[in-house]
Design a binder for this molecule. Structure first.
Ligand SMILES: Nc1nc2c(ncn2[C@@H]2O[C@H](COP(=O)(O)OP(=O)(O)OP(=O)(O)O)[C@@H](O)[C@H]2O)c(=O)[nH]1
Ligand SMILES: [Mg+2]
Length: 234
Protein backbone atom coordinates (compact mmCIF):
# COMPACT_ATOMS: atom_id res chain seq x y z
CA UNK A 1 0.00 0.00 0.00
CA UNK A 2 1.37 3.43 -0.98
CA UNK A 3 1.85 5.91 1.88
CA UNK A 4 -0.39 8.94 1.65
CA UNK A 5 0.25 12.34 3.17
CA UNK A 6 -2.37 15.01 3.25
CA UNK A 7 -0.05 17.96 3.30
CA UNK A 8 -1.76 21.25 2.60
CA UNK A 9 -4.94 22.72 4.05
CA UNK A 10 -6.46 22.88 0.61
CA UNK A 11 -6.18 19.16 -0.10
CA UNK A 12 -9.67 18.26 1.08
CA UNK A 13 -12.90 20.26 1.17
CA UNK A 14 -15.93 18.75 2.91
CA UNK A 15 -19.25 19.98 1.53
CA UNK A 16 -21.94 20.08 4.23
CA UNK A 17 -25.41 20.92 2.87
CA UNK A 18 -27.23 22.72 5.65
CA UNK A 19 -30.87 23.66 6.11
CA UNK A 20 -31.61 24.66 9.70
CA UNK A 21 -29.03 22.46 11.41
CA UNK A 22 -28.03 24.79 14.27
CA UNK A 23 -28.28 21.97 16.80
CA UNK A 24 -26.17 19.51 14.81
CA UNK A 25 -23.42 21.86 13.57
CA UNK A 26 -21.18 21.80 16.69
CA UNK A 27 -21.04 17.97 16.66
CA UNK A 28 -20.39 17.83 12.91
CA UNK A 29 -17.75 20.56 12.74
CA UNK A 30 -15.86 19.18 15.75
CA UNK A 31 -15.29 15.99 13.73
CA UNK A 32 -13.86 17.50 10.55
CA UNK A 33 -10.33 16.09 10.28
CA UNK A 34 -7.48 18.51 11.05
CA UNK A 35 -6.41 20.71 8.13
CA UNK A 36 -9.47 19.86 6.04
CA UNK A 37 -11.85 22.67 5.16
CA UNK A 38 -15.52 22.54 6.11
CA UNK A 39 -17.74 24.19 3.48
CA UNK A 40 -21.14 24.67 5.06
CA UNK A 41 -23.66 25.44 2.33
CA UNK A 42 -26.44 27.38 3.96
CA UNK A 43 -29.58 26.62 1.98
CA UNK A 44 -31.72 29.50 3.25
CA UNK A 45 -31.72 28.53 6.92
CA UNK A 46 -34.02 30.51 9.17
CA UNK A 47 -32.16 29.53 12.33
CA UNK A 48 -28.61 30.56 13.27
CA UNK A 49 -26.88 27.86 11.19
CA UNK A 50 -24.73 30.28 9.16
CA UNK A 51 -23.52 32.28 12.18
CA UNK A 52 -22.82 29.13 14.20
CA UNK A 53 -20.90 27.54 11.32
CA UNK A 54 -18.81 30.68 10.84
CA UNK A 55 -18.12 30.99 14.57
CA UNK A 56 -16.92 27.39 14.58
CA UNK A 57 -14.42 28.11 11.81
CA UNK A 58 -16.25 26.79 8.75
CA UNK A 59 -16.40 28.55 5.40
CA UNK A 60 -20.04 29.41 4.70
CA UNK A 61 -21.40 29.35 1.16
CA UNK A 62 -24.90 30.71 0.57
CA UNK A 63 -27.24 28.92 -1.83
CA UNK A 64 -30.67 30.54 -1.83
CA UNK A 65 -32.15 27.99 -4.23
CA UNK A 66 -33.75 25.28 -2.10
CA UNK A 67 -32.90 21.62 -2.71
CA UNK A 68 -30.36 19.08 -1.52
CA UNK A 69 -28.69 18.98 -4.95
CA UNK A 70 -28.60 22.79 -5.19
CA UNK A 71 -26.77 22.90 -1.87
CA UNK A 72 -24.33 20.09 -2.74
CA UNK A 73 -23.56 21.58 -6.14
CA UNK A 74 -22.98 25.06 -4.74
CA UNK A 75 -20.46 23.45 -2.39
CA UNK A 76 -18.76 21.59 -5.21
CA UNK A 77 -18.41 24.73 -7.33
CA UNK A 78 -17.11 26.73 -4.35
CA UNK A 79 -14.55 24.03 -3.48
CA UNK A 80 -10.93 24.46 -4.50
CA UNK A 81 -9.29 21.35 -3.04
CA UNK A 82 -8.09 18.40 -5.06
CA UNK A 83 -10.49 16.09 -3.20
CA UNK A 84 -14.07 16.94 -2.35
CA UNK A 85 -16.13 15.05 0.22
CA UNK A 86 -19.84 15.27 0.97
CA UNK A 87 -21.45 14.69 4.34
CA UNK A 88 -24.91 15.49 5.72
CA UNK A 89 -24.95 18.20 8.33
CA UNK A 90 -27.48 16.62 10.71
CA UNK A 91 -25.03 14.61 12.88
CA UNK A 92 -26.21 11.31 11.37
CA UNK A 93 -22.75 10.65 9.91
CA UNK A 94 -19.32 11.36 11.38
CA UNK A 95 -17.16 13.29 8.86
CA UNK A 96 -14.03 11.67 10.34
CA UNK A 97 -15.14 8.47 8.58
CA UNK A 98 -14.06 10.17 5.36
CA UNK A 99 -10.33 9.85 6.12
CA UNK A 100 -9.94 6.31 4.69
CA UNK A 101 -12.20 7.29 1.76
CA UNK A 102 -9.83 10.12 0.84
CA UNK A 103 -6.80 7.88 1.23
CA UNK A 104 -8.36 5.40 -1.18
CA UNK A 105 -8.89 8.15 -3.75
CA UNK A 106 -5.34 9.48 -3.30
CA UNK A 107 -3.93 5.98 -3.81
CA UNK A 108 -6.02 5.82 -7.02
CA UNK A 109 -7.72 2.66 -5.78
CA UNK A 110 -11.13 4.20 -6.45
CA UNK A 111 -12.60 7.18 -8.27
CA UNK A 112 -15.68 7.51 -6.08
CA UNK A 113 -15.97 6.13 -2.56
CA UNK A 114 -19.41 5.79 -0.97
CA UNK A 115 -20.54 5.11 2.58
CA UNK A 116 -23.06 2.29 3.04
CA UNK A 117 -25.24 3.37 5.95
CA UNK A 118 -25.55 0.84 8.76
CA UNK A 119 -28.16 2.15 11.22
CA UNK A 120 -27.28 2.44 14.89
CA UNK A 121 -30.42 2.50 16.96
CA UNK A 122 -33.99 1.94 15.82
CA UNK A 123 -34.66 5.59 15.09
CA UNK A 124 -31.64 6.09 12.84
CA UNK A 125 -33.32 4.99 9.62
CA UNK A 126 -37.08 4.51 9.33
CA UNK A 127 -38.15 1.18 7.78
CA UNK A 128 -39.78 2.77 4.72
CA UNK A 129 -36.61 4.74 3.93
CA UNK A 130 -34.47 1.63 4.32
CA UNK A 131 -36.76 -0.40 2.06
CA UNK A 132 -36.87 2.41 -0.51
CA UNK A 133 -33.12 2.64 -0.54
CA UNK A 134 -32.74 -1.09 -1.08
CA UNK A 135 -35.18 -0.97 -3.99
CA UNK A 136 -33.21 1.95 -5.40
CA UNK A 137 -29.96 -0.02 -5.13
CA UNK A 138 -31.57 -2.84 -7.14
CA UNK A 139 -32.75 -0.44 -9.86
CA UNK A 140 -29.28 1.09 -9.90
CA UNK A 141 -27.77 -2.36 -10.38
CA UNK A 142 -30.09 -3.00 -13.29
CA UNK A 143 -29.25 0.38 -14.84
CA UNK A 144 -25.47 0.37 -14.32
CA UNK A 145 -24.39 -3.15 -13.24
CA UNK A 146 -23.00 -1.67 -10.01
CA UNK A 147 -23.43 -3.89 -6.94
CA UNK A 148 -24.06 -1.16 -4.39
CA UNK A 149 -26.30 -1.50 -1.33
CA UNK A 150 -26.94 2.17 -0.64
CA UNK A 151 -26.93 5.56 -2.36
CA UNK A 152 -25.81 7.44 0.71
CA UNK A 153 -24.66 11.00 1.22
CA UNK A 154 -21.16 10.27 2.63
CA UNK A 155 -18.71 10.22 -0.29
CA UNK A 156 -15.36 11.36 -1.69
CA UNK A 157 -13.94 11.94 -5.17
CA UNK A 158 -11.57 14.23 -7.08
CA UNK A 159 -13.05 17.71 -7.58
CA UNK A 160 -12.25 18.14 -11.26
CA UNK A 161 -13.67 14.78 -12.17
CA UNK A 162 -16.85 15.52 -10.24
CA UNK A 163 -17.25 18.79 -12.13
CA UNK A 164 -16.71 16.86 -15.36
CA UNK A 165 -19.86 14.83 -14.66
CA UNK A 166 -21.89 17.99 -15.33
CA UNK A 167 -24.60 17.06 -12.85
CA UNK A 168 -27.94 18.76 -13.47
CA UNK A 169 -30.24 17.49 -10.69
CA UNK A 170 -30.68 20.07 -7.94
CA UNK A 171 -32.94 18.14 -5.61
CA UNK A 172 -32.94 14.65 -4.12
CA UNK A 173 -31.70 13.00 -7.30
CA UNK A 174 -28.25 14.62 -7.07
CA UNK A 175 -26.42 11.82 -5.21
CA UNK A 176 -27.95 9.18 -7.48
CA UNK A 177 -27.13 11.14 -10.64
CA UNK A 178 -23.54 11.37 -9.46
CA UNK A 179 -23.31 7.60 -9.13
CA UNK A 180 -25.12 6.85 -12.41
CA UNK A 181 -23.02 9.29 -14.45
CA UNK A 182 -19.81 8.15 -12.79
CA UNK A 183 -20.68 4.53 -13.61
CA UNK A 184 -21.52 5.46 -17.21
CA UNK A 185 -18.16 7.21 -17.45
CA UNK A 186 -16.36 4.05 -16.32
CA UNK A 187 -15.31 5.20 -12.84
CA UNK A 188 -14.21 2.65 -10.29
CA UNK A 189 -16.76 2.99 -7.46
CA UNK A 190 -16.36 1.41 -4.03
CA UNK A 191 -18.63 1.19 -0.99
CA UNK A 192 -17.77 0.84 2.71
CA UNK A 193 -19.94 0.39 5.79
CA UNK A 194 -20.45 3.47 7.94
CA UNK A 195 -22.48 3.79 11.16
CA UNK A 196 -25.67 5.81 10.63
CA UNK A 197 -26.81 7.61 13.76
CA UNK A 198 -30.20 9.11 14.64
CA UNK A 199 -30.11 12.64 13.22
CA UNK A 200 -30.05 15.67 15.52
CA UNK A 201 -32.95 18.08 14.97
CA UNK A 202 -36.14 17.73 12.96
CA UNK A 203 -36.31 15.30 10.04
CA UNK A 204 -36.95 16.85 6.63
CA UNK A 205 -36.93 14.07 4.09
CA UNK A 206 -37.17 10.49 5.28
CA UNK A 207 -39.34 11.40 8.25
CA UNK A 208 -41.99 13.07 6.10
CA UNK A 209 -44.29 11.75 3.38
CA UNK A 210 -43.76 14.79 1.19
CA UNK A 211 -39.99 14.52 1.39
CA UNK A 212 -40.01 10.79 0.68
CA UNK A 213 -42.39 11.19 -2.27
CA UNK A 214 -40.30 13.97 -3.80
CA UNK A 215 -37.12 11.91 -3.38
CA UNK A 216 -38.70 8.92 -5.17
CA UNK A 217 -39.82 11.15 -8.05
CA UNK A 218 -36.42 12.83 -8.42
CA UNK A 219 -34.60 9.52 -8.37
CA UNK A 220 -36.93 7.85 -10.88
CA UNK A 221 -36.22 10.72 -13.25
CA UNK A 222 -32.48 10.19 -12.92
CA UNK A 223 -32.78 6.46 -13.62
CA UNK A 224 -34.74 7.19 -16.79
CA UNK A 225 -32.02 9.47 -18.20
CA UNK A 226 -30.26 8.20 -21.26
CA UNK A 227 -26.50 7.78 -20.67
CA UNK A 228 -24.59 11.05 -21.05
CA UNK A 229 -21.09 11.15 -22.51
CA UNK A 230 -19.09 13.34 -20.16
CA UNK A 231 -15.61 12.52 -21.38
CA UNK A 232 -14.65 11.45 -17.89
CA UNK A 233 -13.52 7.91 -18.69
CA UNK A 234 -9.98 7.28 -17.49
N1 LIG B 1 -34.23 18.10 2.84
C1 LIG B 1 -33.39 19.05 2.51
N2 LIG B 1 -32.18 19.04 3.07
C2 LIG B 1 -31.34 20.01 2.74
C3 LIG B 1 -31.72 21.01 1.82
N3 LIG B 1 -30.69 21.82 1.70
C4 LIG B 1 -29.74 21.36 2.50
N4 LIG B 1 -30.13 20.25 3.15
C5 LIG B 1 -29.30 19.45 4.08
O1 LIG B 1 -29.03 18.19 3.49
C6 LIG B 1 -28.77 17.22 4.48
C7 LIG B 1 -29.64 16.00 4.24
O2 LIG B 1 -30.97 16.33 4.46
P1 LIG B 1 -31.86 15.57 5.51
O3 LIG B 1 -33.01 16.47 5.80
O4 LIG B 1 -31.05 15.11 6.66
O5 LIG B 1 -32.37 14.34 4.66
P2 LIG B 1 -32.43 12.80 5.04
O6 LIG B 1 -31.17 12.39 5.76
O7 LIG B 1 -32.80 12.06 3.80
O8 LIG B 1 -33.69 12.74 5.99
P3 LIG B 1 -33.87 13.18 7.52
O9 LIG B 1 -32.54 13.12 8.20
O10 LIG B 1 -34.85 12.22 8.06
O11 LIG B 1 -34.43 14.58 7.45
C8 LIG B 1 -29.01 17.90 5.81
O12 LIG B 1 -27.76 18.31 6.32
C9 LIG B 1 -29.89 19.10 5.43
O13 LIG B 1 -29.75 20.16 6.35
C10 LIG B 1 -33.01 21.01 1.24
O14 LIG B 1 -33.41 21.87 0.45
N5 LIG B 1 -33.80 20.00 1.61
MG1 LIG C 1 -30.54 13.14 7.51
Amino acid sequence: MKAVTISSPSDVDVVLPCLNEAEALPWVLARIPARWRALVVDNGSTDDSAQIARALGATVVHEPRRGFGAACHAGLTAATAEIVCFCDCDASLDPALLVPFVEEILRSEADLVLGRRRPRGRTAWPAHARAGNLALARLLRRRTGLRLHDVGPLRAARRERLLGLELTDRRSGYPLQMVVRAADAGWHITEHDVPYLPRTGASKVTGTWRGTWQAVRDMSRVLQETPVRTGSVR
